[in-house]
Design a protein around this ligand. Structure first.
Ligand SMILES: Nc1nc(=O)c2c([nH]1)NC[C@@H]1CN(c3ccc(C(=O)N[C@@H](CCC(=O)O)C(=O)O)cc3)C=[N+]21
Length: 297
């Protein structure tokens, strides 16, 4: 039987555990606060940011939300970031991507205080991860490690194939998989849009992480029997019945499920874990900044 890995359930357990950490910090008068910054009128971005705020409320983390007009000057966003950096009541900052074309996202990321950078996208945090001493682990790949652990998938010595080389998922996933640490020690191959024969690579994999942003790129014919399949795709496509849009992953779920020993669904797989690990990093950030010990789950 194929195990459908329930990301909502794993994330819910983690949120419950994090509530205890938040209480410890609040008792020391250091309740964590996450600031989200949204500079976009994209409905999907608005949805994600509002989900993050709901998550904060559930675990007792304070939520600050800053919204900027999509046509505001880049300087306005930089000022918001500077103010949040200097605000002792704010422990964590997330600037939702994408930002409008006239804003250089890289400049934004480099401006965020690395101690408050809970996405772990600042070059200092990226560098630490690559060097093997991460401060914060990027939310999506960290969430994937947790999902694999929850499904009793030991990565050590396994062949992992990561499809996609993005800064936010592919690259950090590779770095976590190759670390000499729990959830790592995998023999890791990274594939991307220029890979000659993707199917030949994925067929060698014990674990496939599909993070290319291409709807249903990976199907059952590309998998070895018993592979573990993690679907990172969040693609909004036109519904087959022509009525509105539906969410599809980077994996063709129906055919992949026939081959996989375990697989994550979309929605309800990686997405909720990404959000849970953001809360985790916010708690960790608060603990580090205030020298208040918590037992992270
Ligand atoms: N600075 C920054 N950090 C991010 O982490 C970041 C970002 N910008 N920009 C956009 C992407 C996307 N992202 C998602 C997180 C959770 C779900 C999620 O929970 N999805 C639900 C479904 C939601 C729905 O129905 O649309 C699920 O998969 O079950 C989706 C997408 C975080 N991102």
């Amino acid at each position: 039987m194929t195990e459908i890995i329930d990301g909502n359930a794993v994330a819910s357990t983690l949120r419950e555990e994090l509530t205890g950490c938040v209480e410890t910090l609040a008792a020391a008068d250091e309740r964590p606060t996450l600031a989200t910054v949204l500079m976009s009128e994209d409905p999907a971005s608005e949805t994600y940011v509002s989900m993050k705020q709901d998550d904060c409320e559930e675990v007792g983390i304070g939520a600050r939300d800053v919204t900027l007009d999509a046509d505001a000057p880049a300087e306005d966003l930089f000022e918001v970031v500077d103010d949040l950096n200097n605000d002792d009541d704010v422990n964590a900052i997330l600037v939702q991507s994408p930002v409008p074309d006239h804003v250089d996202y890289r400049e934004v990321l480099e401006r965020i205080d690395p101690m408050k950078d809970v996405d772990a996208f600042h070059p200092e945090n990226v560098g630490r991860l690559v060097a093997g001493y991460p401060r914060y682990k990027p939310c999506t790949p960290h969430g994937i490690q947790r999902l694999l652990a929850a499904a009793d998938v030991d990565t050590e010595g396994k062949d992992a194939v990561v499809v996609g080389r993005s800064r936010i998922v592919g690259k950090p996933m590779v770095n976590l998989f190759i670390q000499d640490a729990p959830g790592g020690n995998a023999t890791t191959t990274v594939c991307h849009s220029r890979t000659d024969d993707l199917a030949a690579k994925t067929r060698e994999a014990d674990i496939v992480v599909a993070a290319a942003g291409v709807p249903e790129l990976v199907d059952g014919s590309m998998l070895e029997e018993g592979a573990v399949v993690i679907d990172v795709g969040i693609n909004r496509v036109e519904a087959e019945d022509g009525d509105g849009t539906t969410l599809v992953g980077d994996v063709d779920f129906e055919s992949a499920k026939e081959k996989a020993s375990a697989i994550t669904p979309v929605p309800g797989g990686v997405g909720p874990m990404t959000r849970a690990m953001l809360l985790y990093n916010t708690v960790k950030a608060t603990s580090l900044q205030t020298d208040t010990a918590v037992e992270l789950p």
